[in-house]
Write a protein that binds this ligand. Structure first.
Ligand code: F0G
Length: 421
């Protein structure tokens, strides 16, 4: 335990073929639990508990009925990109509006069972919102470290409302992580960042649920955003385990997309060096403004094992893709939109082909970052930035609200002009 690297949960029992429940039996059980009224069965995470660390008392899990998130087909993007099937697995439809809830229910349950009074995390906003909620449900106290002025108001307001002790540090996410690591060494608070292996185990279930929803048909590509790289690690671990257990017959390619200004993994895959070089991260997709991701080794193994790619997208590409996902009637937060922007690149490279089935993992809800959306539609997002001169390329997606006198004629006039456009 002194190697300094992250812990990963392994299930040695799964190698003994005779002690193993068959894939068909697992599938049957998971289907059957959907009709049960037990809280653990209503959770889209604990329903898959056969592939999670054993938890003794299922009546005392900390749950908000997470998981069970929808898959939406993106017809407009299919037409635009000429790709047969593009699906969005919307993890933003979790109880606190992001994918973090699937890991948090497991980690918070173990924290409470171990008797911890305090749980803590550093966060770009979603982890803190989720942790604060699950701590409150589990009657634990929450300590949140967030970079001051660099997370969306929506996420900050969640942490406050769920009762967390919230410290805004004059630093970035990486600085918050450094401070938190010192804090947990000096006092008995339980660390709930994605370095916590129980979080990764819970987040695995998004991949299980996805493939179950597809009737165990495996997509050709799964595309995830990359920040601290816990989510990509979890998706990869789940799919490798499913493959090992015979639940699926082949692996999808998992690709990881980062913002250009927060791209340490992309740089690593393009360089000849073996170690990740941390950088000073900068992107308007604040959820993934991370320069020193904790789980980079795990993510790299996932890329290798599934033959996926790491790629990067620009701020303009993120804004455009986010607007496009909005126009599907779905919406997501900026960090999630890197998946569609990344898909365009991967398709251009010929890595994703016309006949492929692609799943984009949308990690956060549109309402997580309304400021970004409003600024975009008011043509303010790129004002004063180095992208200002190119912002015209996304102007076609802007829907600036109009202020009118309260008269039917004024509204009818606007309607007529919109009809002609
Ligand atoms: N998308 C969203 C909406 C996120 O909040 C995050 C991470 C990611 C993608 C990247 O996932 O870190 O597992 O690679 N947010 C963290 C937080 C870091 O503190 O909320 P990852």
């Amino acid at each position: 335990m002194q190697c300094g690297d992250l812990v990963e949960i392994d299930y040695p029992g799964w190698n003994a073929k005779d002690s193993l429940t068959s894939a068909a039996e697992l599938k049957r059980r998971w289907r059957e639990r959907k009709t049960s009224s037990l809280a653990a069965d209503q959770s889209g995470v604990w329903r898959f508990r056969d592939l999670l660390p054993p938890f003794d008392d299922l009546n005392s899990i900390v749950t908000l009925e997470e998981g069970n998130t929808p898959i939406y087909e993106l017809h407009r993007s299919e037409r635009m990109l000429g790709i047969e099937t593009i699906l969005a697995k919307h993890q933003g439809m979790n109880p606190t509006g992001s994918f973090k809830d699937t890991g948090m229910t497991v980690a918070a349950s173990f924290a409470r069972a171990a008797g911890y009074r305090w749980v803590a995390c550093a966060s770009t906003g979603n982890t803190s919102a989720s942790m604060a909620a699950y701590a409150a449900r589990g009657r634990m106290r929450a300590l949140v470290l967030i970079p001051e002025g660099k997370i969306s108001w929506g996420k900050l307001s969640q942490a406050l409302d769920y009762g967390a002790l919230t410290c805004q540090l004059r630093s970035d996410f990486d600085g918050c992580t450094r401070v938190l690591n010192q804090v947990v060494r000096s006092t008995p608070v339980y660390l709930l960042n994605s370095v916590n292996p129980y979080r990764i185990e819970g987040q695995k279930t998004a991949a299980l649920e996805l493939v179950e929803q597809l009737n165990w048909e495996v997509p050709d590509h799964i595309i995830v955003p990359g920040g601290n790289l816990g989510n990509s690690s979890a998706f990869g671990k789940a799919l490798l385990e499913m493959h090992h257990l015979g639940l699926i017959g082949r692996l999808p390619k998992i690709s990881i997309i980062q913002a250009e200004g927060a791209n340490p993994l992309v740089r690593l895959t393009r360089s000849k060096t073996k170690d990740l070089v941390p950088l000073q991260a900068e992107t308007m997709a604040s959820a993934i403004r991370i320069g020193n991701p904790a789980s980079w080794k795990k993510a790299l193994r996932v890329l290798e094992a599934t033959q996926g790619r790491a790629d990067e997208v620009s701020e303009l590409e993120i804004a455009e893709a986010k607007a496009e996902i909005g126009l599907e009637g779905i919406g997501c937060e900026p960090a999630s939109a890197v998946t569609l922007a990344g898909l365009k690149k991967l398709a251009q490279q010929g890595f994703v082909k016309r006949g492929d089935m692609v799943v984009l993992v949308l990690t956060g809800h549109l309402l997580k970052d309304p400021e970004f959306t409003l600024k975009f539609h008011r043509h303010e997002l790129f004002a004063g930035t180095r992208n200002e001169s190119q912002a015209g390329t996304v102007a076609a997606y802007e829907r600036t609200p109009v202020v009118l006198e309260p008269s039917a004629d004024a509204v009818l006039d606007v309607l007529q002009r919109a009809e002609q456009r």
